[in-house]
Write a protein that binds this ligand. Structure first.
Ligand code: DAH
Length: 339
C-alpha cells in the first residue's frame, strides 16, 4: 500500500510538472483527486486494509493528498502568473504612436434654428409643448375647421394609417390638444415633424418641421399678434428687420395673414436672395377662428387668441443662406460641420 501511494504521488507530481496550461493541470487534478481519481480509488479500498493498519494507511493517504494539492496549487499560481505576463506583453501600448483625434459631433442647422426660435419665445413667456406625429384626422383637420370635403385637405395630402388616423400635415393640431388640456391663459409654441405626400426637390420634402405658436387670453387682438411677430423677426434676423402682413386665408384663423420680412441680405432694396422684391415670406398666422375655440370648449365671447405656423427648414435655409433643402437631410459631414 505504501509503495502504491508513493507511486501515485510520484506520477501525479511528474504530470503536474509537465502541465503547461491551466486546463491540463485541471485534468491532472481530476485524474488523481476526482471522484473516479486514483487516490480516491485507494480510499475506497481501505475496507480491505487490516483494522490495525488503517490509521497509518489513512494518514499516508492524507499526506499524499496534501502533497498533490500543494503542488497543484503552486503550479496553478505559476501558470496564472505566466499567462498574465504573456497577455501584458501582447497588449503593450506604443505611446509614441500618433493619437487618434477625438471628434465631437455638433448640432444640425435645424436644431440650431429651433433652439434660437425657442429661446426667443421662451423669453416672451411661452411654454414649449409637443404633440404626436401620428395624429387623428379630427385634430389635424376637423377641429381646425377643415371638414371632410374641404379643399384644404387636397393641398395637404398625407399618409393615412386608416381613415381616422394619419401622419400630421402641420403642427396646428397641437393647438387643439393644448386648448383641450391646458388651463387658460395659454402661451405656447409647439415644434415638430410634419408630413405631406410631396416629391423631394430643392424646396419640398415629404417630411419636414414646423413650429406652431398660440396665445389665448382675454382681450388678445391682432395688435398683439403683429407686435409679437415683429419682435420675433427682429430677434431672429436683426433689429432693422420689418414685417409686412398680407391678407391670406387659413380655415382655422380669421382674419388670416401671411407674413413677409424685409430681406436681411439687401435690407429691402431687392437682390438675388429675395428675387428682387425686397421681401421674404416666412410664416402664416391669424386670429383663432371662433369656431375653433368653441369646438375645443373655449368661449369666444370671453377669450380670443392668435396663432402662427412657421417652417423650421425655411428659417434654417434663410439664416444660413442654404439654397437646397435636401442638404439638410443628407447628413453629409462636410456640409453639417460648417454651422
Ligand atoms: N398650419 C399652416 C400650414 O401648414 C400654417 C399656419 C397658418 C399655422 C396660420 C397657423 C396659422 O397657426 O395661424 O400651412
Amino acid at each position: 500500500m505504501k509503495e502504491k501511494l508513493q507511486k501515485i504521488r510520484e506520477e501525479a507530481i511528474s504530470q503536474i510538472q509537465s502541465s503547461k496550461e491551466l486546463s491540463k493541470l485541471n485534468d491532472v487534478r481530476v485524474a488523481f483527486l476526482g471522484k473516479k481519481g486514483e487516490l480516491t480509488a485507494v480510499l475506497k479500498g481501505m475496507k480491505d486494509v487490516l483494522p490495525q493498519d488503517r490509521p497509518a494507511v489513512g494518514q499516508l493517504v492524507n499526506e499524499t493528498r496534501a502533497a498533490i494539492e500543494e503542488m497543484l496549487e503552486e503550479t496553478k499560481k505559476k501558470l496564472e502568473a505566466a499567462e498574465l505576463e504573456f497577455k501584458l506583453k501582447q497588449e503593450v501600448i506604443d505611446v509614441t504612436l500618433p493619437a487618434k483625434k477625438n471628434r465631437i459631433g455638433h448640432r444640425h442647422p435645424n436644431t440650431i434654428a429651433l433652439e434660437e426660435v425657442e429661446r426667443i419665445f421662451v423669453g416672451m413667456g411661452y411654454e414649449v409643448v409637443e404633440g404626436p406625429e401620428v395624429e387623428y384626422d379630427y385634430y389635424n383637420f376637423e377641429a381646425l375647421n377643415i371638414p371632410q370635403d374641404h379643399p384644404a385637405k387636397d393641398e395637404q395630402d398625407t399618409f393615412y394609417i386608416n381613415n381616422k388616423i394619419l401622419l400630421r400635415t402641420q403642427t396646428s393640431p397641437v393647438q387643439v390638444r393644448t386648448m383641450e388640456t391646458r388651463p387658460l391663459p395659454i402661451r405656447m409654441i409647439a415644434p415638430g415633424r410634419v408630413f405631406r405626400s410631396d416629391e423631394v426637390d430643392a424646396t419640398h420634402s415629404p417630411s419636414f418641421h414646423q413650429i406652431e405658436g398660440m396665445v389665448i387670453d382675454k382681450n388678445i387682438t391682432f395688435a398683439d399678434l403683429k407686435g409679437t411677430l415683429a419682435e420675433f423677426a427682429k430677434e431672429l434676423f436683426g433689429k432693422d428687420t420689418k414685417v409686412k402682413f398680407r391678407p391670406h386665408h387659413f380655415p382655422f384663423t380669421e382674419p388670416s395673414a401671411e407674413v413677409d420680412v424685409t430681406c436681411f441680405k439687401c435690407g429691402g432694396s431687392g437682390c438675388r436672395f429675395c428675387k428682387g422684391s425686397g421681401w421674404i415670406e416666412i410664416l402664416g398666422c391669424g386670429m383663432i377662428h371662433p369656431k375653433v375655440l368653441r369646438m375645443s370648449g373655449i368661449d369666444p365671447e370671453v377669450y380670443s387668441g392668435f396663432a402662427f405656423g412657421v417652417g423650421l427648414e425655411r428659417i434654417a435655409l434663410l439664416k444660413y443662406e442654404i439654397d437646397d433643402m435636401r442638404l439638410l437631410y443628407e447628413n453629409d459631414d462636410r456640409f453639417l460641420s460648417q454651422f
